[in-house]
Design a protein around this ligand. Sequence first.
Ligand SMILES: *Cc1c(COP(=O)(O)O)cnc(C)c1O
Length: 431
Amino acid sequence: MTSHPISQNQSLFDASQLRIPGGVNSPVRAFRSVGGTPLFFQKGSGAYVWDADGKRYTDYVGSWGPMIAGHCHPDVVKAVQDAAANGLGFGAPTASELEIAELLCKLLPSLEMVRMVSSGTEATMTAIRLARGFTNRSRIIKFEGCYHGHSDGLLVKAGSGALTFGQPSSSGVPAEIAALTTVLDYNDAAGLERAFAESGNEIAAVIVEPVAGNMNLITPKREFLDALRNLCTKYGAVLILDEVMTGFRVSLQGAQGYYGIKPDLVTLGKVMGGGLPAAAFGGRRDIMQCLAPLGSVYQAGTLSGNPVAVAAGMATLKLVQEPGFYEYLSKLATRLTTGLTASAKKHGVEFCAQSVGGMFGLYFSSAVPTSYAEVMACDKEAFNRFFHAMLDAGVYLAPSAFEAGFVSSAHTEADIDETIAAADSIFSVWK
Ligand SMILES: *Cc1c(COP(=O)(O)O)cnc(C)c1O
């Protein structure tokens, strides 16, 4: 009888489930969507991560986006160590907060003022409160399949029938709060126009992911982006671009620069924190001046603008400004998607892929989806099978068919080619 070594991932997961609900501190980590045992990571370096059994993986999750320069980039690690040596936090202003505010406003021209928070959830939650305070209106619009963090008014799905009130998508969210959110179809300019025609004067804000990255990856149609801007302007609603994922990911100017669309407010997180908890929201000065202590919209945070988190963010934002940074990321992402697509085609697997800057989407379908309904129609079982086969081959993709993937500047063309080769052997015996 040969004894099977017990996986450290499995024993850590078993023990974690006794003390942490589901064994995880954020639900997607539990592998519920793809099945199997989640990996517990012990370290990362550059493009690679190592699980609790010491197995190495090429990482296409990058902590869900922040690790755009790869794990443990020496500049980022040094900045964090230096900042930590000077004090972990004061709950009082520091010069580095001014530095990052000035840098963010320089890089994203739509930002005239900015406030730091600690998570994307806080950024979107507060941007909405601010939009409501500024407009004196209550209703907000979001789009099915877009994720904006887990505050009550954003955990909402479409009610039955067009233009009805939203319904909670989570227990614990009061129906009365969900009813203030209208949920529309992404990329549906006509639907947005109808919603504004019906109740435009009640709408405080429209919040949208300018590239949707939380339902796999959906790129925005030009007419959709134009409708967002024009209708918000026409009806006096605040356009909030949620760039928590796309900011400093699709280009140095975010999706707003990539597509040329000017928001009233912007939310940022992920890359701008370099892996530590730093996020922000900002935008038009007249709107931002409604925030306490200048104005009557309250917002605060003990850890907001934490010097160690700001240092990680500043070091990362310095790296992404190096010439050719985004050209390199785009080149890698394109190499990956075209390589995977060619391999699937060669072996007759129904599959396609696309990328925008440093993010990409993989779809088990014949055509790239452009709506939530089309994403939902992709073959989820095929993705799950592919995910596990790639994991065995040492490639870590997001553990869900409905997440975007990310490359970093630490990935090499050789890494990408190895990943394509792994997929090619899987596709060659796919049937
Ligand atoms: C990740 C994400 C958030 C939430 O950010 P957290 O830091 O996880 O709270 C909000 N919006 C978008 C678009 C995101 O991708």
